[in-house]
Write a protein that binds this ligand. Structure first.
Ligand code: GAP
Length: 510
């Protein structure tokens, strides 16, 4: 646990030191859980967006994109159920005055038992070596069985309480588990209450309830209300999808763990409209497509797992998360939901307008079902940053910090480095900059010894360094150095553009 916290701290401080992520309005001591993306952060973020957008809209001829406004007619949120049901169960500690999500307190409690099990297994693995049979150990070891029973019992009670919105039951469970305030150890809890997560604001000069509008808590509704606009103007046939990237806002009770849970964040969502009755087939199709998209990046297949939802959202008939092994452990990165026809039907009901698809083959019109894939861009950013952050000991005994960011996502693709700042080398290097700058984000650096410059580029994840030396002036060749292997090769300048393209091209992920 301590090692994990240390890793997160190291990632946060590295992100700040190198211009990836800054605390928001830092000169005023920052604003809790709000962050600004710096000069390298914005590049990484744009590259992630581009990878997602390309996968959705270019690789699927039947998916198109939109960019809907953040403000929507307030009835949208009545129809979608967010005004009435987008709540978290919160509980306050009377002594510390700290506020928590009741379900998160219980999940953390179960995670502790899970950690005990993992520890027992690790111990036994070390003791028995190759002869160790984990399945048998889990089924027979009394400590593991006890911990697992505890987890199962809490899980079952929590599921029932959440499904039935039984707030008293949730509080009773917290008391029965003797859960204390994680910061102070106090068990003096208030009752559990529902807390709506939408931010409200007022529209222009309109006062009172009539002027209240919300900051969208998900981008999906912008897609639903435009379903027919896109279908008709794009002459789309089922199944087809609409993709969108944009900001979403939630007044999270506890926003924490860096950019993992914020009150203002960005989502990349895609709604896939299908014929009713085929939704499970498409749900499985999208589970498979999305995990393929993640795995292609090479961050480690063992770092992902599917987690089926215990409590289905008010709109879903099947739902799962893709969890990622963040420095804080496995947590939700992406959600895949079978949303039925809930949203379109509700918008029909509340707007009085038909939102139906006319099938020219059967001459029928009906409300399509929807499969949604929804990934948090900031969480994806954290997944990439944290898993690519490595502190390495090299063969010569020295150390380096390197971001092994998948090359196509790297904020800077190439560094152009004249070996010395004289003899015409900077001029030659600038010619190379001109040759590459339109197609690749690059940095020119002529300060300090070459070794230090390599380290600086390693620390920001630049896949390729190009060194210009005196020989370059004679043979028109440069040395390129690869970030991960640190291997160097000499190539003609004429081949440089293609050599860089090969390393950083997105196409190897598809
Ligand atoms: N339209 C469905 C939807 O919004 P969700 O599971 O509530 O579903 C989707 O959110 C994704 O948005 C999550 O998997 C997560 O990656 C991201 N997300 C949700 N709340 C967030 C927050 N407070 N901060 C950062 N990302 C968040």
């Amino acid at each position: 646990m301590a090692a994990q916290e240390d890793k997160l701290k190291a990632v946060i401080s590295h992100a700040k030191e190198y211009g990836f992520v800054f605390p928001s309005s830092e000169i005023y001591d920052g604003l809790s859980a709000a962050y600004d993306y710096g000069q390298l952060g914005v590049e990484l973020k744009n590259n992630i967006k581009n990878y997602w957008w390309t996968a959705m809209t270019r690789m699927h001829q039947n998916i198109v994109g939109i960019d809907a406004s953040i403000f929507m007619h307030p009835t949208t949120w009545k129809a979608s159920g967010h005004v009435d049901a987008f709540n978290d169960p919160l509980i306050d500690n009377k002594d510390s005055k700290k506020r928590y999500r009741a379900d998160v307190l219980l999940e953390d409690y179960m995670a502790k038992s899970e950690a005990k099990i993992t520890k027992e297994i690790e111990k036994a693995k070390n003791r028995f070596g190759d002869a160790f049979d984990e399945e048998q150990f889990r089924a027979t070891n009394p400590n593991v069985l006890r911990a697992q029973e505890k987890i199962d019992a809490v899980k079952t009670r929590m599921k029932v309480a959440l499904e039935e919105s039984d707030l008293e039951g949730l509080k009773q469970l917290i008391e029965d588990c003797e859960i204390a305030d994680p910061e102070t150890g106090s068990r003096n809890w208030t009752d559990v209450r529902q807390f709506n997560l939408m931010f409200k604001t007022e529209l222009g000069a309109v006062s009172g309830d009539a002027g209240i509008i919300y900051l969208r808590p998900e981008t999906a509704q912008g897609i639903f209300v435009n379903f027919l606009n896109v279908q008709k103007t794009g002459r789309m046939k089922l199944p087809f999808g609409i993709a969108q990237i944009g900001k979403a806002f939630r007044n999270e009770i506890i926003a924490r763990q860096f950019i993992f849970r914020m009150r203002e964040f960005e989502q990349m969502e895609m709604q896939y409209f299908v014929k009713p009755g085929t939704e499970m087939e498409w749900y499985n199709y999208w589970k498979n497509e999305r995990i393929k998209w993640h795995n292609a990046l090479g961050l480690g297949e063992g770092n992902y797992k599917f987690h089926d939802h215990l409590k289905l959202a008010h709109y879903a008939n099947a739902a799962c998360d893709i969890e990622f092994n963040f420095p804080m452990g496995f947590k939700e990165l992406e959600g895949i939901h079978s949303r039925t026809d809930f949203d379109l039907k509700k918008h029909e009901e509340f707007s009085g307008k038909k939102l139906r698809y006319f099938d020219p083959e059967t001459n029928e019109s009906f409300v399509p079902y929807v499969i949604e894939t929804s990934i948090g861009l900031d969480r994806m950013f954290l997944a990439v940053l944290s898993s690519s952050f490595v502190e390495e000991k090299l063969e010569d005994g020295s150390e380096r910090t390197v971001l092994r960011i998948p090359a196509a996502l790297a904020p800077v693709k190439v560094a152009v480095l004249p070996l010395v700042k004289k003899d015409g080398l900077p001029e030659k290097a600038k010619e190379i900059v001109d040759l590459l700058k339109l197609d690749f984000n690059l940095q020119y650096d002529d300060k300090d010894a070459i070794g230090r410059r390599y380290r600086r580029q390693d620390a920001i994840g630049t896949p390729i360094c190009v060194t210009v030396d005196n020989e370059t002036l004679e043979d028109n060749c440069v040395t390129i150095r690869h970030r991960d292997s640190m291997q160097q090769e000499r190539i003609p300048i004429a081949d440089l553009h293609e050599a860089v393209r090969k390393v950083v091209a997105l196409n190897k992920y598809f």
